[in-house]
Design a protein around this ligand. Structure first.
Ligand SMILES: NC(=O)c1ccc[n+]([C@@H]2O[C@H](COP(=O)([O-])OP(=O)(O)OC[C@H]3O[C@@H](n4cnc5c(N)ncnc54)[C@H](OP(=O)(O)O)[C@@H]3O)[C@@H](O)[C@H]2O)c1
Length: 299
């Protein structure tokens, strides 16, 4: 099949390209030059924020399915530059959805747990979003743009994405490993409940959702364990055999531009019932993260 992936240089997009290119003809769409390793796929440099580049790349390639994983993910950056956040997260998703509509292609648009306010998580797909902050609100509008404009569309929500893959972007999880390895203190929010998501596992689930199902609507494709960030840091440290200081901080005590959901996290029963690739619990994710890390250090 012909499959396109946006956000190809990103955490989730990078793993998705690697997995999909093993069995399909893939167009990887990223911003700037490719930062992916060599592989059997085409690459296009296109800007989600300029109103047309990604749409043109998609119409040229004519995919039958598109995984839209590109987004402005800097939560506080979106607060500083709301117009760019809108251009990329809403306008970019519109570009992708319009192209899918024109081509009759299936679309999976990736979204976030931040569409919820964090008052009463963990959340199910049926729970009403109440996005706060520019990142969250533009992602929420992007969900609707995808679902309304692309006739064959699913929205896949993930959270706190991390990857140990070589070349993968830095994340909370990799910073824990790097800081503890250097003997530095790790600070983590003690009052934020989240569903950490290994990119490789999310790529498997969203890839199957895209190519192996006809499911339409919202699906939570995050990790299966809901955990506070301090406990997450301790679990990472334990899996990597690292000791050192992990200090819990309260969200309200840190100056952040955008609000953060506190009692967040997402329930994954629906994905577990629908997909052969299961949402992994934290122990299984961390085993895989550790293997990725060893492979990256070896290579
Ligand atoms: N990361 C998380 O913790 C997290 C949590 C919840 C939901 N999500 C969602 O998961 C999806 C995948 O994100 P991710 O985790 O893979 O984060 P990521 O690593 O930041 O990937 C996002 C990708 O989008 C690209 N991008 C940003 N602006 C662009 C533009 N104007 N034109 C073209 N590409 C652009 C980025 O390019 P550069 O690499 O050049 O910056 C990046 O490669 C997104 O929909 C995100 O909202 C992520």
């Amino acid at each position: 099949m012909k499959v396109a992936v946006t956000g190809a240089n990103g955490l989730l997009g990078g793993d998705a390209v690697a997995q999909l290119a093993a069995g399909h003809q893939v167009l990887a769409i990223g911003r700037g030059p490719s930062r992916l390793g060599p592989g059997g796929f085409e690459y296009a440099d296109a800007d989600l924020g300029d109103g047309h580049s990604v749409e043109i790349a998609l119409l040229g390639f004519r995919p039958e399915a598109v995984l839209h994983a590109g987004a402005m993910t800097d939560v506080d950056g979106c607060e500083r530059d709301p117009e760019q956040a809108w251009r990329v997260n809403v306008g970019g998703t519109e570009q992708v959805a319009r192209a899918c509509r024109a081509l009759g292609a299936r679309l999976v648009a990736v979204s976030t747990d931040y569409v919820f306010d964090g008052e009463a998580g963990p959340y199910r797909e049926e729970d009403l979003p109440n996005a706060r902050g520019f990142y969250a609100r533009t992602k929420r509008v992007g969900e609707e743009a995808a679902l309304l404009l692309a006739p064959d569309c699913a929205v896949a929500r993930v959270a706190v994405v991390y990857s140990g893959r070589k070349g993968a972007k830095s994340s909370f999880a990799t910073q824990i490993v790097e800081k503890l390895s250097r003997g530095e203190v790790v600070k983590a929010f003690s009052d934020q409940l989240v569903s950490p998501t290994l990119a490789a596992n999310a790529a498997e689930m969203t890839g199957e959702l895209l190519l192996g199902t006809s499911y339409r609507g919202v699906l939570h494709t995050c990790g299966a364990t809901v955990v506070d960030r301090v406990t997450f840091a301790h679990r990472v440290a334990a899996r990597f055999g690292l000791s050192g200081e992990i200090v819990g901080v309260k969200t309200a005590d840190v100056k952040l531009l955008a609000p953060r959901p506190l009692r967040g996290g997402m329930r994954v029963e629906k994905a577990a019932a629908l997909l052969a690739h299961q949402p992994l619990d934290l122990a299984a994710q961390l085993d895989r993260f550790h293997s990725e890390w060893l492979a990256r250090s070896a290579g």
